[in-house]
Each structure stands twice: as structure tokens, then as C-alpha cells.
Design a protein around this ligand. Structure first.
Ligand code: MTE
Length: 324
């Protein structure tokens, strides 16, 4: 996201309302299925992917934590303008390449400083932790923003289930490593873009804040692969890079974990990554943001991305220009 020159903004003509987009997608899926005439291996794969890409959740309730004043970013923008370096560094690559990712079966291990470690199958996570719709502002460190109706459940509830010990001061989360399905993980001419797996961490009290969720879908559907299927982190008061995708491991730790972008460029990206209009990135201002999908949509950035009432107390007494 940082190493590579930014692509020009999206033309408004490219933005399609969700119903048109979904119908087009359904048409393409049906056509593809008819064209191959029921070849068994292909259909099995297609069905497996279709589970994650397009299946609706039943009876979702809207969370009181939703930012109801904000206009939603279109489904097409949310699912076609992505950062997911495992599928390439271009914003358009994840939507093109992530269909290769097999998201069933999917295991997630919880380990480290807890009394009840567990190796989960994703289906059991979905049964154990009922999800709701959470509309959140989503602010990337590159100074663009969206508003996304996530489907998710409280990260705090998930963590408490595993009974963290008093030594659990942080959590570390890892993304899957599977270069045969994630083309961005294959080393190129100049080596690997990042040091895989993609890693992120939170202080335990941040992770327990009611705003932090594990998201398993968006727009009422199971998570599209390019957005981090089948399960990813969403912490709306932090820059988007904290939102680690396609998680396979959660570990309770005593020491503060290193995160991928901090390791990559420690003078530019810190551990906390709280959205803060008063602390600029060394190479650009963070005072305002471009609203994706709006032609003239530049708006001022809000402290903690507008969630100060809920999270500012987590950082009282800390110098946020040092702990950026
Ligand atoms: N997770 C992994 N595994 N790999 C990535 O490259 N990019 C991060 C974050 N999570 C990234 C990731 C960045 S920089 C952002 S801004 C958000 O994902 C983007 O999420 P979105 O594509 O759903 O908007």
C-alpha cells in the first residue's frame, strides 16, 4: 500500500448499485456453470467458493454500535477496491485473484496465555458466536475512507471464551500462508513484497473494547474472499492496516507483538495506528480523507475516526505522536 505508487481514483461511471452488480454476478456464475456442462470437480470447487461469496445471513440484527449517520459505500467499491497484498499490490488485484482462495474447510487456532486454547473449525465459530450487522467507518492509512456494513461478532466475547490468564497483555493474529492460492505470496523478481504471514496485534484492553469485532461478512453476506474471508479483524478507530484478513491464528502474549507494517517501516507505521488527524504520516497529511465513490468527496478526518467517546480513555496519559 505504501511502497507502490497509488492508482488514480475510481471513475464514478464504474460504480454500480448492489442489485445490478449482484444480478450480473449471478448471471455470470450461471453461465459459467452451464458452459462447463456439470463437470464434477469444477462444480465442487465453484460450490465451495459460492458458499463464502454470496450466501446471505438469516435474521441479522443491526448493532447499536453502528454509525447510522453515514452513507454506505457501494457494494462494488467495497469489494473491488481492496488492500490484500497476498493477492497483489494493485487495489484491483484482490477482486480478480482472490477467488482462488479455498475458505472451506478453515481452521483457526487460539493459543498462548489462556486456560482454554482451542483449534476451531470456522463452522463452529459461526454457530458459537451469533453475528450482527455493524455499520462502521473504515479509514485507510492512505487517506481514503469507506462506510461498510460488516457482519460480525464481539472480539471480546470470542477472547473471553478462551479464558485469558493474567499474563495475556496482548493478542497476535496471523493470516494464512498458502502461496499456491495466494499469488502475491510467491516471491517475484525482487523477492517477497512482505514478510509473510501478515501479522497484527492489539493490546488486550483494546481487543476487549466493544467496538472491536471479528467480521465474517458484509452487506448481509458471507465475507467475499478479497475482503478477508472467512474471518478478519475490524477495529474502526484504527487505520485499516490493523484489520488483518483471513485469520488462522490468535495468540495471547505477554510481550507486545510486532505487526507487519511496523516491521516494514517502523518510522512510518506504529503498533497503535489510531486514526489521528493531528499526527501526519511522514509522507502525507492525515487531516482529511477521500471518500471512495464520491467524485468530490474529501472530508476532514475525525479523531479516532469518530469513535473518541468509546475509545479515547484507552489512551489517556499517552503521547499519541510517539505512540502512533
Ligand atoms: N490483511 C492481510 N492479510 N493482507 C493485507 O495486505 N491489508 C490491510 C488490511 N488487512 C491487508 C490486510 C490494509 S492496508 C487495509 S486498508 C485493509 O485490510 C483493507 O481492507 P478492505 O480491502 O476490506 O477495505
Amino acid at each position: 500500500m505504501i511502497l507502490i505508487k497509488q492508482k488514480p481514483d475510481i471513475a464514478s461511471s464504474e460504480i454500480t448499485p448492489q442489485n445490478v452488480y449482484l444480478n450480473r454476478r449471478k448471471f455470470m456464475q450461471t453461465t459459467a456453470a452451464l458452459a462447463i456442462g456439470g463437470s464434477v470437480p469444477f462444480m465442487t470447487l465453484a460450490n465451495r467458493q459460492a458458499y463464502a461469496m454470496g450466501t446471505k445471513f438469516e435474521n441479522l440484527i443491526k448493532s447499536p454500535y453502528s454509525a447510522t449517520d453515514a452513507e454506505l459505500t457501494s457494494y462494488e467499491d467495497v469489494t473491488s477496491y481492496n488492500n490484500f497484498y497476498e493477492f497483489g499490490t494493485d487495489k484491483r488485484s484482490p477482486a480478480k485473484e482472490a477467488h482462488r482462495l479455498t475458505t472451506r474447510p478453515w481452521s483457526l487456532s487460539v493459543s498462548g496465555e489462556c486456560e482454554a486454547p482451542k483449534d476451531w473449525d470456522i463452522e463452529d465459530i459461526l454457530k458459537q458466536f451469533p453475528a450482527e450487522e455493524r455499520i462502521y467507518r473504515h479509514r485507510c492509512v492512505e487517506a481514503w475512507s469507506m462506510v461498510v456494513p460488516w457482519v460480525g461478532f464481539s472480539l471480546g466475547d470470542f477472547l473471553k471464551f478462551h479464558k485469558p490468564t493474567s499474563k495475556a497483555k496482548y493478542i497476535e493474529m496471523l493470516t494464512l500462508v498458502r502461496p499456491e492460492e495466494m499469488i502475491g505470496q510467491k516471491p517475484g523478481l525482487f523477492g517477497s513484497v512482505l514478510n509473510w504471514p501478515y501479522r497484527e496485534g492489539l493490546r488486550i484492553d483494546e481487543a476487549m473494547n466493544p467496538l472491536a469485532i471479528f467480521a465474517i461478512g458484509l452487506y448481509g453476506e458471507h465475507m467475499p474472499n478479497q475482503n478477508g474471508a472467512p474471518i478478519r479483524l475490524v477495529v474502526p478507530w484504527k487505520y485499516g492496516f490493523k484489520g488483518v484478513k483471513s485469520i488462522v491464528s490468535v495468540r495471547f502474549t505477554e510481550e507486545q507483538p510486532f505487526n507487519t507494517w511496523q516491521e516494514q517501516a517502523p518510522h512510518e507505521y506504529g503498533f497503535y495506528a489510531n486514526v489521528n488527524p493531528n499526527v501526519d504520516h511522514p509522507r502525507w497529511s492525515q487531516a482529511s480523507e477521500r471518500v471512495v465513490g464520491k467524485l468530490f468527496g474529501r472530508v476532514p478526518t475525525l479523531m479516532f475516526n469518530g469513535y473518541a467517546d468509546q475509545v479515547a480513555s484507552l489512551y489517556s496519559g499517552m503521547d499519541l505522536s510517539v505512540n502512533f
